[in-house]
Design a protein around this ligand. Structure first.
Ligand code: ADP
Length: 623
């Protein structure tokens, strides 16, 4: 850059080890998506403008005489460079070291971790994480970043230079304008990015909705009556009117999808959206999207809360997903623009702001409404459910006020549907005979185990429908949820079934039960005759309000100290194995009795305390 002078000190620094790793992986694996570097750098530049605009609300001296915030992309074909600059907030020397020399973002770490797994689709990862500044090295032989913080003097600027090979240099420079320029010296095979038409179309595709002008140089046609060659001028190539401020009827699906893309960097289109303007005592606009695909570990990462941007009068304030969305809707994306919140809101103010709470409850309602609408299109809804159902379920526990609305949105496999088709609770109720009192369900560690639970035998025989809940979270949800539309939920694996119709027990049966009871007294509360089984020999049953066995085992394995509650062992007196046990002498009785218990554990999807012993037992019996 020509407006800087070099001071003699140039300091050499080494990248953090992780940065080196990231650079290496990125350059080698993102080759077929090279153009994303432009999106990343423009998005950084726009963030820098956002930050300055926000800070200037309380300190307008920061803008000085340069109040038109913009981003410029300049190409130099002769030298094979592309320069992305902004007149945003800029960075101090320390900030450069901190932001550009290390990986501070948790998102990048996550990206790195996922990138190391060989079987993931890398182009998909880019969409989900955004790879930031370092992506410039996919196309760069060398990157030179020059920056000056908006509140610092011209002689306090910094130049950072690196070839991406493990080291960078830092140098104090003078820089007349605030903000940041990134000069990329393109690799030989990346010359295409110095071509005007190529770069222009990439920017329009990826950054078309950036709310600051992205300018490129344009040479106007020569006027006929003029002798002088016209000189090139800066011209914005994007549409900076905030899309959500436009009337719905002026917006096409492509407009909405394009905006979604630039908002999220998602490489897949949105599944659906809802755009609403509220005017009156308080005015705000919301544009909410449901993505088509969930980010990697959304189900388990309950703390990852980004994706809903808060604007006040079109000024970007902050990502306020945490303030505007409950956890169970953390997959939603979009913007909320309020006309009434003060421009200088802080996170603290937002926490207990009345106005914001109202907006939040409206955002929740709109989101649930949108999902309900998607629900009318089965195929589309299944797409949604596969990705986000497990997260939405948390809402049953988390959002008591909207529990019914959330409940209507849930889907479950059922013992009565074919090919694992899902059912809603509403459909379950429609199918169920009038005299049936409960909505029956079973929870298990996974869908397969739920579907093959021995507890289902009696219900299948009776033709009673059972919901097959095979998500880990189900047991937790059902622990908090007791009824739907006036019908109570009941687990088929808990408590006594048909108390009034106890199976008849002979004296011999009772003897057998007592012997088993004595043998298994450390493992079960009680051995009793069952009326739930037709094909299996035995099953485990927990008390009416106890935690399901698979959940108890899971928590124990995770090292949690949970109150020990032993299950009941219910045995099927009609079963061949049980009859055989009854006739067996002492020595083999122990093995067979233990086996009966172990079978029951296994068919719950449980793990045996001592698998080796189990194997020895079987071998003894076979021999
Ligand atoms: P991200 O932008 O996702 O945080 P990056 O690696 O792209 O990750 O950038 C790291 C940090 O460097 C940014 O968070 C920001 O603080 C700083 N930064 C990058 N580019 C600019 C810029 N043009 N102006 C000011 N700060 C910047």
């Amino acid at each position: 850059m020509n407006d800087t002078t070099t001071t003699p000190q140039t300091e050499q620094h080494t990248f953090q080890a992780e940065v080196q790793q990231l650079l290496h992986l990125m350059v080698h694996s993102l080759y077929s998506n090279r153009e994303i570097f432009l999106r990343e750098l423009i998005s950084n530049a726009a963030d820098a403008c956002d930050k300055l605009r926000f800070q200037a609300i309380s300190d307008d001296a920061l803008l000085a005489d340069d109040s038109e915030l913009h981003i410029r992309v300049e190409l130099d074909k002769d030298n094979n460079t592309i320069t992305i600059s902004d007149n945003g907030i800029g960075m101090s020397r320390d900030e450069v070291i901190e932001n550009i020399g290390t990986i501070a973002r948790s998102g990048t770490r996550q990206f790195l971790k996922n990138l190391e797994q060989k079987d993931v689709d890398q182009s998909q990862l880019i969409g989900q994480f955004g790879v930031g500044f370092y992506s410039s090295f996919i196309v760069a032989e060398q990157v030179t970043l020059e920056t000056r913080r908006a509140d610092q003097q011209a002689d306090q600027a910094t130049r950072w230079v690196s070839a991406g090979a493990g080291e960078y240099t830092l140098e104090a420079i003078e820089r007349e304008q605030r903000g940041t320029s990134v000069v990329i010296k393109l690799k030989e095979d990346a010359e295409e990015f110095a071509q005007d038409y190529r770069t222009r179309s990439i920017i329009q595709r990826y950054s078309g909705h950036i709310s600051f002008p992205v300018q490129m140089l344009h040479t106007p046609a020569k006027q006929e009556d003029s002798d002088t060659e016209p000189s090139p001028e800066w011209q914005a190539i994007n549409d900076t009117t905030a899309l959500w401020t436009k009337p719905k009827q002026e917006l096409s699906n492509e407009d909405y999808q394009g905006f979604y893309q630039s908002l999220t960097n998602d490489h897949k289109p949105a599944l659906s959206w809802t755009h609403n303007k509220v005017e009156g005592k308080q005015s705000y606009t919301s544009l909410l999207y449901v993505p088509e695909q969930a980010p990697f570990d959304m189900a388990y990462n309950r703390d990852e809360r980004t994706g809903l941007k808060l604007y006040v009068q079109r000024v970007f304030i902050m990502d306020a997903a945490e303030q505007l969305l409950p956890r169970y809707l953390r997959f939603m994306r979009g913007v909320v623009d309020s006309s009434d919140l003060p421009l200088n809101v802080s996170r603290e103010i937002l926490q207990e702001n009345e106005l914001l709470n109202k907006i939040k409850s409206a955002v929740v309602k709109r989101s649930l409404d949108m999902l309900k609408k998607i629900g009318k299109d089965q195929e589309k809804y299944l797409k949604f459910w596969e990705q986000f159902g497990i997260v939405l379920k948390e809402g049953i526990v988390e959002d008591f006020g909207n529990r019914d609305a959330v409940a209507d949105l849930l889907r479950f496999p059922s013992s009565k549907t074919e090919n694992g088709e899902l059912t809603s609770l509403h459909e379950y109720l429609e199918r169920m005979p009038e005299e049936q009192e409960h909505i029956w369900y079973v929870t298990a560690e996974n869908p397969k185990t739920a579907a093959s639970s021995p507890h289902l035998e009696w219900f299948r025989e009776q033709g009673i429908e059972v919901l097959l809940m095979g998500d880990r979270i189900d047991e937790w949800v059902m622990g908090h949820w007791h009824e739907y539309a006036g019908k109570s939920f009941k687990s088929i694996a808990k408590g006594e079934l048909n108390k009034d119709e106890k199976p008849e027990i002979s004296e011999d049966d009772q003897k057998l039960i007592d012997r088993l009871q004595e043998l298994l007294k450390d493992k079960v509360q009680e051995v009793r005759a069952t009326n739930r089984l037709t094909a299996s020999a035995a099953c485990l049953v927990v008390d009416e309000h106890a935690m399901a066995m698979h959940m108890q085992m899971m928590l124990q394995q995770a090292g949690q100290d949970i109150p020990a509650s032993l299950p009941h062992l219910e045995v099927n007196l009609e079963h061949g194995l049980v009859k055989r046990i009854a006739e067996t002498a002492d020595e083999q009785f122990d093995d067979l009795g233990q086996l009966l218990f172990e079978q029951a554990v296994l068919s719950e999807g449980g793990q045996l305390e001592n698998p080796a012993e189990f194997v020895q037992r079987i071998n003894r019996l076979i021999a």
